[in-house]
Design a protein around this ligand. Structure first.
Ligand SMILES: NCC(=O)N[C@@H](Cc1c[nH]cn1)C(=O)O
Ligand SMILES: [Zn+2]
Ligand SMILES: [Zn+2]
Length: 479
């Protein structure tokens, strides 16, 4: 594919500024903007302020939207600002809305990291290791470098941009949906399409364009018994133990082969069509890549690529995440915890309704708890959620993204769905009535949410080129 002079200049500039982009990634990784932990909330604000300052330096007009307060860990906390940026308002140009998040998942070196999660560590093979490198700080700042490169080159950006960067994505995107809905006819009235770079390639070598996400319904169930923690030598065998009840209930949610045991949960999942089966058979995925991302030979359908991808993308799954209040430190403390909270989530797919999921899960667990004849107290609560999303692959937004991948990488991208959730995606699509697509920067083995999260240098640099090329393609196609 021929590359126009402005894009050739843009690519050369991006290559020449690699060290600057890496320095900036180092700066943002060093801000532990963990949204799920009250103790880190000032750091989330610091990261929002960093972005705002950087955007202002580039001449992007910024506004802060304050979603208000929420309660976390028993504390009332200010929600971090949603940073809205406007770059260009030329009515002759298309306006592309770009969404990303500046919060990250928690990370402790003791979880098994090989280096400090908050120090970007450059590996000889090109991996840049650090929390948030791929999810989602690398892609978020990548958009800024597209603007910066055009400015430095004196090149006009062929589209207007509307940035939406939030600091609560990893913890339920509180306040974001309401903001987008309320500003659909004002702030976002000129938006023509939406692009989100916050997911991963299917494998490690071929880029993709993504048109679907699963939804999520996250639950906390609490069993409370004794007024305080007890000595198991004194009270073991004489009192109902919260942990025993909880483990029983957690074991009633899902089988080891992933079958969800909540009655009726699969009712609304559309049956797989023959046409769909064909799509999955044709997908070019290497099972060993998926196995390598797991880091062990534990795949349920190790020899069946279609089943593996369908269970990731188009069937629901239920995962058990943790138990708050349980003893988990090294050593042998003989405690009976007084109160424990089990955390689990269901990834949902089209036609499943979050309200119905909540009702079915609550009714089932309450009935299962009643069967235990325990004198402990039980409570089940839905904490946060989001609906699944599927986009229209035939829209010009997708044509532009596919062409951009072909131009930068010389291959036609995989067209993928994704098992993770970005609740705002569907909100953008429905509230603005515009096409939304996902254009990822990172690879399948980046380890988002896991230990040793990384972004490969090559993906970062080519990713910046990809995001810029996509904007040029939008301008060229959508005239
Ligand atoms: N990169 C998207 C992502 O990681 N999304 C999270 C969203 C979420 C929901 N609850 C907690 N985090 C995901 O887990 O899919
Ligand atoms: Zn993310
Ligand atoms: Zn994430």
């Amino acid at each position: 594919m021929t590359v126009t002079k402005p894009l050739a200049d843009f690519y050369a500039h991006v290559d020449a500024n690699e060290a600057h982009y890496i320095d900036k990634l180092r700066e943002v990784v060093a801000i532990p903007s963990v949204s799920s932990d009250a103790a880190y909330r000032p750091k989330v604000f610091e990261m929002g302020a960093w972005l705002e300052k950087e955007m202002q330096r580039l001449g992007i007009q910024t506004k802060r939207h304050h979603p208000g307060k929420h309660v976390m860990d028993g504390q009332e906390l200010e929600l971090p600002p949603i940073v809205i940026g406007t770059f260009g308002t030329d009515p002759k140009k298309k306006t592309v809305a770009v969404y990303g998040h500046y919060d990250v998942q928690p990370a402790l070196e003791s979880d098994g990291w090989d280096s400090d999660p908050w120090t970007l560590t450059m590996m000889p093979d090109g991996r840049m290791v650090g929390r948030g490198s791929t999810d989602d700080k690398g892609p978020v700042i990548g958009w800024l470098w597209v603007v910066e490169a055009h400015q430095k080159l004196g090149l006009e950006l062929p589209v207007n941009l509307k940035f939406v960067f939030e600091g609560m994505e990893e913890t339920g995107s509180e306040g974001l949906d309401d903001m987008i809905i309320s500003m659909a006819k004002t702030e976002f009235k000129d938006v023509d399409c939406v692009c989100i770079s916050d997911n991963y390639w299917l494998g490690t070598t071929k880029p993709c364009v993504t048109y679907g996400l699963r939804g999520i319904s996250y639950f906390n169930m609490t069993v409370q018994g004794p007024a305080w923690d007890l000595h198991s030598g004194v009270f073991g065998g004489t009192t109902h133990e919260p942990m025993t009840d909880l483990i029983h209930l957690m074991g009633r949610l899902v089988t080891p082969d992933g079958t969800i045991l909540v009655p009726g949960i699969m009712e609304n999942v559309a049956p797989v069509t023959d046409a769909e089966l064909e799509i999955y058979k044709k997908l070019d995925v290497d099972m060993s890549d998926i196995e390598a991302s797991v880091g062990a030979k534990t795949l349920i359908y190790a020899n069946d690529k279609s089943k593996t991808l369908m269970n990731r993308w188009r069937f629901p799954s239920l995962s058990l995440h943790g138990i708050e209040g349980a003893f988990y430190a090294p050593g042998a403390k003989t405690v009976i915890p007084a109160k424990v909270t089990g955390k689990f989530s269901i990834r949902s797919v089209p036609n499943m309704d979050p309200k119905e999921i909540n009702e079915k899960v609550s009714k089932y667990l309450e009935a299962e708890f009643a069967k235990l004849n325990s004198k402990n107290k039980f409570k089940i609560e839905g904490s946060h959620g989001g609906k699944p999303w599927v986009g229209d692959l035939n829209h010009w937004n997708y044509v532009a993204a596919i062409k951009a991948v072909e131009q930068v990488f010389g291959v036609t991208p995989d067209l993928t769905r994704e098992g993770g959730s970005i609740p705002v995606t569907l909100t953008f699509q429905t509230a603005l009535d515009k096409s939304v697509l996902l254009l990822p920067m990172g690879r399948s083995n980046d380890g988002a949410h896991s230990v040793n999260e990384k972004l490969d240098k090559d993906n970062y640099i080519k990713g910046i080129k990809l995001l810029g090329t996509y904007l040029h393609q939008i301008a060229a196609i959508a005239k």
